[in-house]
Design a protein around this ligand. Sequence first.
Ligand code: FAD
Length: 493
Amino acid sequence: MVKVVIAGGGTAGWMAACGLSTRLANLLDITLLESDAIGTVGVGEATIPPMRNFHRIMGIDEQEFMRETQATFKLGIEFNNWGDIGDSYIHSFGEIGQRSWMAEFHEFWMEAQAQGFGGSLEDYCLELKAAKAGKFATHLDDTRLNFAFHLDATRYAKYLRQKSEKAGVRRVEGLIKEIQKDDQSGDITALLLDSGELIEGDLFIDCTGFRSLLLGDALGVELDDWSHWLFSDSAIAVQTMSTEEPVPYTRATAHASGWQWRIPLQSRVGNGIVYSSRFMSDDEAKQTLLNNITGELITEPRQLKYRTGSRQKSWQNNCVALGLSSGFIEPLESTSIHLVMTAIIRLIRLFPFGASKQALADRFNQETRTEIETVRDFVILHYKQTNRTDSEFWNAYRTMDIPDTLAHRLEIFKNNAYVWPDDVALFRVDSWVQVMMGQGLMPANYHSAGKLTPTQSLQQSMTKIKSSIEQTVQKLPTHQQFIDHYCPAPQED
Ligand SMILES: Cc1cc2nc3c(=O)[nH]c(=O)nc-3n(C[C@H](O)[C@H](O)[C@H](O)COP(=O)(O)OP(=O)(O)OC[C@H]3O[C@@H](n4cnc5c(N)ncnc54)[C@H](O)[C@@H]3O)c2cc1C
């Protein structure tokens, strides 16, 4: 049996424990160690739709998971004040209209606009319209909605812990005091705890959060710092009581220097502000956050400091880093838990059972890097594509240089409306379109496929899509009604 040691019991640690123990079961002997004295980052409550696949792989029952984590449904993110003050758009998880093999739907829609019909692009996306109407169901007849969750991070780790321990994972409580390595190979051989216990292993999974104790400290893998593209280095989080029924989307509201999240759970709301200490003081950030929330505070505002970037490798020697220890991009598009999840699936597929491990590690590192660079570009887009001139913060973002990969994408869209899926199939064409157009980037030209269709047929087919969405939204229950029926959280004890 391969001895796997997971260092850290935050969301990443317990997701890894659950994934490995349920899928590789008898092949592995898994120990997870965590320190109550240090605790977890405790945020990370908004997710994206592929999480449902991960849950399927782990055999997690969706309704049970939602009850246990006080979860609500998420159909997208509402961005306020990003393109300009007063602007608002939703980046939804849905598809917009119907594409053809030749051109995307937004290009047909642009042709319709040129001919004087078509209405708003938003009208062609079911998930977006449902989100705006506060409606939700997992499906209605044959129509399935694409959705994710808002969840309580602490409860989620607890829930995964129960599942993992049931599947045979041994949990050890203690503080890592020393990381022992083999002199020749440089591999980690054991973790020495403050209790004196020595935990030996074949493969070590670093889930120690921003500390990156194994990969960063012990193995010396540096962080590629991306703070010249994403300036934020601080966040303050606070929980409040709910004052209204939960909406089925996350809110991301931009301020003069930074932005604020609002994540509604079943009985409380997660709030926080993300900012850069270069442009806003901690006191100012706290005040801005508190001035813009509703509901009684449940927790004291809690500050977090971080560095944005990616470790140069996530797998070095016999150590694989998952979660914050491997890298971090601010939570604007709720992607961190997703990156943990895809890394676990990647590790399961590339698991080093044989003697020759380097090629597996190389592949793992390459895929992991492409994925986080995709997230980086997508998040930068929100800051770069702005017309805001009201602060130094926005001026710095608006005028900064961006990665070539993103510059190329923006150039083609701006001139030709052409969009392609990213290399890791993370953000679909519709995601790029919704954010680029949502932030005011209207292409100068578009594919002429729409001109091949007679006006009347184009108009008819667009009206058909629009009215079918309207009818479906009308029939959907409210988000709250659906939760009450599908996954009501147990009463607090
Ligand atoms: C402000 C903010 C908002 C976020 N929002 C989102 C979001 O909406 N969606 C999303 O997907 N992600 C979000 N994230 C990211 C998300 O929180 C993390 O990806 C996720 O929680 C995983 O964290 P982790 O397990 O890697 O680290 P942590 O939660 O920090 O866990 C680290 C673990 O290591 C242990 N540890 C550390 N040092 C030692 C030691 N010396 N000895 C023993 N144990 C030790 C700790 O006890 C703990 O168990 C957010 C992050 C931040 C900072």
